[in-house]
Design a binder for this molecule. Sequence first.
Ligand SMILES: CC(C)(COP(=O)(O)OP(=O)(O)OC[C@H]1O[C@@H](n2cnc3c(N)ncnc32)[C@H](O)[C@@H]1OP(=O)(O)O)[C@@H](O)C(=O)NCCC(=O)NCCS
Length: 184
Amino acid sequence: MRRHTAFAPEPYRLHDGRELIVRPIRPDDAAELQALAGRLSAHALRLRFFSPITAARLAALERGHFFPHLAEVDFKERGAWVAHVPGEAAIRAVGRYQRQSDPAEAEIAFVVEEPFQGQGVCTELLHHLAAYANTLGIYRLIAVVLAENIGMIEVLRQSGYPYRMVGEGEVDRLTLDIASPAKD
Ligand SMILES: CC(C)(COP(=O)(O)OP(=O)(O)OC[C@H]1O[C@@H](n2cnc3c(N)ncnc32)[C@H](O)[C@@H]1OP(=O)(O)O)[C@@H](O)C(=O)NCCC(=O)NCCS
């Protein structure tokens, strides 16, 4: 498992040979986050935003009205990493964490634009988040995922971190233990 430098932009080679740059989010990414929301399918938006979202907010997201504040992070209580093609502004994937009331825990969420799915991008973002979270004293990453979201569940199960998975009705709660490096 290669080591991830917490804050430096890093190239990531997709399974099919394309390249992305993975870097921490910046406030001026807000417009590109909105553009990304406009390119995502309704299905992807529902999988990503199912829990806190109302029908009106989902409809707004489907029209590409994202939440600019999602680019505003302090990299302590919450932070995010994004991925883009070298030389392009368009953001193709986002992974974020939000620290919980137990400061050793953070909730995580991801979205990868469809043409870049199945290429290991989410897994790469997860490792960046985990490496950085560890430096903040965060040792457990929690994902609350729709039980039907096999893709996200498999990413987490195959991440190499020990995990617990608890079913809570229509959602599953997966807790990754990131205190030690992930196993290959
Ligand atoms: C879930 C999601 C983030 C996964 O992103 P991704 O970049 O395609 O995932 P990865 O390529 O890193 O997948 C890693 C492994 O998980 C498994 N996996 C990923 N998607 C899968 C799927 N749909 N079905 C089965 N296994 C899957 C594969 O085993 C894959 O390993 P491989 O590359 O060796 O085949 C992406 O599909 C997405 O954006 N979905 C919509 C939004 C969403 O569901 N967000 C999660 C809410 S927290």
